[in-house]
Structure formats: structure tokens, C-alpha cells
Design a protein around this ligand. Structure first.
Ligand SMILES: C[S@@+](CC[C@H](N)C(=O)[O-])C[C@H]1O[C@@H](n2cnc3c(N)ncnc32)[C@H](O)[C@@H]1O
Length: 341
């Protein structure tokens, strides 16, 4: 019956954490890296991963049914291989590896989202800083391993967006770029590698600078990309023709968002551009599920930080003095919103 309503969508979403945690565990346990190139039986693969035999066949076949593994044959002698996608993106030995964000999701976000109800009732963060009341980044960066994992996660999430921005945005009228909260320097590297006339600064907190410096050195672009240590609330923002902020504004409450937009405005020349790369929510707040979930994730991570729509950004930018704004879709749920001075 075409109009018959049924509960399958409710059940699929309600039990969605089963599938999610199965993938996160596979990434964490290095399953896709163990399979690089070699078809393996369940026993061989389980042995390499150090798994108890009770769960192996269920674990691997669940991934087959989710389209995240391939299996040739049935029964004990069946052999498992990666799909084209998992071979490219989830093998740790490949430069295209995007598992960093999934490892962080497994280790941090998955347990912290278990306290979503408490976050909804109190408006307070539910992560490492829950008990200690410190700044999110101070808390995160006090452990070098967590800092490294966070940087890898950020790079994995934004790689496609930064490449698309570097290819689609017209950098020809500009010469200098400053990426505020530039993390591992990825945006600056992508822009500099495609636009030989651009000089880029990646600006971030002191513990992040050595990581950016190392990445910039590896990219061979050190002559045109510089890592700068600073605090964008306390220090002056370097002057540049283009100022970028990737997933920075959503970390902060409205007052701090406006302060950062104002500081960017002050550091730009007439005609300069502020580019904000985030999971910009559609103006009616109905469509961009990932952007809306990201805003809940900001509740879990920082409490009063939140994601926003193009209309929100437009009103803040115009209030501060920008002439016009426009939106540029990037990959998946992410867009750039651009404000011109
Ligand atoms: C969510 S991450 C986004 C990183 C990167 N822009 C991206 O798009 O993947 C936010 C970044 O802002 C940086 N940050 C936070 N507070 C800062 C401050 N007060 N001054 C400078 N950078 C800061 C963090 O260290 C982190 O790298």
C-alpha cells in the first residue's frame, strides 16, 4: 500500500549506532589497513587483528552487508577484501587516509554523545572539560596524543573542502592570505600549491605551531606558507587580503563569533574577503542534517558554541560593515560563506 506508514525509518535511525560503532571499531582496530591488497579468510584476518573468534565472522559479514567490505565465496574459506572506497580512504598507509576523524569519533565523541541528554538539560559540555571547567582547546591540547589525533581529524574532515575552495575561489585579485585557527596548515598549503602568486600564513595557538611547521616543510612550500603562533582573541590578527576561518566560528558563542568577524574586518583592506568554511545550515533549518548535528556536537564539545545559517552569517557580517556576502557549496554538507569588505 503506497500510503501505509511504517516504523522502519524510526528503527533504522534509532539503532543506527550499531552500524556506526561497527565501522568505528573496524577503523580503530586497523581492519582496512590489515587488508591492504591481500584477500584474507575470517580466521586469518581475525588472527592478524588479535580478535576472539566468537565475533569475527559476524563483524566482517556485517561490514560486507553495509557495503564496507567485499567477500568472495561463502563459509570458512571465503576471503575478504577492501571495497574501492575503504582501500583508498581507510588504509592508514595511504596519504588519502580519512580515518583520523573516525578514530577521534570512536575514542572521544562516541562516549561523550552518551551524555547528550545531560547536555540538553544543562547546556554544558560533556567532554574532557566537563569536570574541570577549562577552555576546550586547553583541555584537549594538554595531552600531546589527543592534540595529534585532533589535528589529524580536522585535516581529514576538511581536505575535500579546502581543495574545492582552492580550485573554485578566484584568488587572482589577491596576494596574501591568513588562515585563523589554521591547525595543521592544510588550507594554506592547498591554496599556495595551486596559486603560485599567494603568500599564506597559518595562525593558531602555540602548541599547534610545530605540527603546522612540520606539514609545511613536508609540502615543500615553506617559502610561501608560514606557521604563526598566536591567540586570535588576545593578539592582533595579521593583515591579509583574504582571511579564512575553517570550523572556527562554530566553536564560539555569539559574542565571540562577532568579535572574530570584527577582528577579521579590521585586518582586511577594502575589497578584501573573509571566507568561512563550515557546515553552513540551510536558512530554514530543515535540510542540512549534518550541520544541525554538528551544532549539537558543539554543545557536547564547548557548550555555548553553535553552527549557523547563511542568513545568520550575512546579518553578523553586514552589522560589522561588510558590503555583501555569498555562499559557495563545497563538498557534502559543507559550504564557504564569503563576506567582502
Ligand atoms: C575546530 S578547529 C578547526 C581547524 C581548521 N581550521 C579546520 O578547518 O580543520 C579550530 C582551530 O582553532 C584553533 N584555536 C582555538 N582557539 C584559538 C585561539 N584563541 N587563537 C588561535 N587559534 C585558536 C584551534 O587550535 C584549532 O586548530
Amino acid at each position: 500500500m503506497p500510503n501505509q506508514i511504517n516504523p522502519s525509518q524510526i528503527m533504522q535511525i534509532g539503532m543506527g549506532f550499531w552500524a556506526s560503532k561497527t565501522l568505528l571499531s573496524a577503523v580503530k582496530l586497523g581492519l582496512f589497513t590489515h587488508l591492504n591488497g591481500t584477500p584474507l579468510t575470517a580466521q586469518e584476518l581475525g588472527d592478524r587483528m588479535g580478535l576472539h573468534k566468537r565475533g569475527t565472522v559476524d563483524f566482517f559479514d556485517t561490514l560486507v552487508s553495509l557495503g564496507l567490505l567485499q567477500r568472495e565465496g561463502n563459509g570458512e574459506n571465503a576471503r575478504y577484501t577492501n571495497t574501492p572506497e575503504t582501500a583508498l580512504f581507510l588504509d592508514k598507509d595511504r596519504p588519502e587516509y580519512i580515518g583520523g576523524v573516525l578514530e577521534m569519533a570512536n575514542d572521544r565523541l562516541y562516549p561523550f554523545w552518551g551524555n547528550l541528554e545531560e547536555g540538553l538539560k544543562t547546556g554544558q559540555p560533556q567532554n574532557e572539560i566537563k569536570q574541570r571547567g577549562e577552555n576546550f582547546f586547553e583541555g584537549l591540547y594538554s595531552d600531546p596524543e589527543r592534540l595529534r589525533q585532533f589535528m589529524e581529524a580536522m585535516s581529514a574532515v576538511q581536505m575535500g573542502n579546502f581543495i574545492t575552495l582552492a580550485e573554485k575561489f578566484d584568488f587572482s585579485p589577491y596576494h596574501t592570505l591568513c588562515d585563523l585557527g589554521g591547525a595543521a596548515g592544510l588550507l594554506s598549503i592547498q591554496v599556495a600549491s595551486r596559486h603560485p602568486h599567494m603568500q599564506c600564513l597559518s595562525f593558531d595557538l602555540p602548541p599547534v605551531e610545530p605540527i603546522a611547521r612540520e606539514n609545511i616543510a613536508k609540502s615543500g612550500l615553506a617559502a610561501r606558507v608560514t606557521a604563526v603562533a598566536g591567540n586570535f582573541f588576545e593578539d592582533p590578527i595579521p593583515r591579509a587580503d583574504v582571511i579564512t576561518m575553517g570550523n572556527v566560528l562554530h566553536d564560539w558563542n555569539l559574542e565571540n563569533k562577532k568579535l572574530l568577524i570584527q577582528k577579521a574586518y579590521n585586518a582586511l583592506p577594502e575589497g578584501g574577503a573573509l571566507i568561512v568554511i563550515e557546515n553552513i545550515i540551510d536558512d530554514e533549518r530543515r535540510e542540512n542534517t549534518f550541520g544541525l548535528l554538528m551544532s549539537l556536537n558543539m554543545l557536547i564539545e564547548v557548550g555555548d558554541g553553535f553552527d549557523f545559517t547563511k542568513a545568520d552569517f550575512d546579518s553578523w557580517a553586514k552589522e560589522i560593515g561588510f558590503q555583501k556576502t555569498k555562499v559557495m557549496p563545497l563538498t557534502g554538507p559543507a559550504s564557504a560563506v564569503i563576506a567582502y569588505k
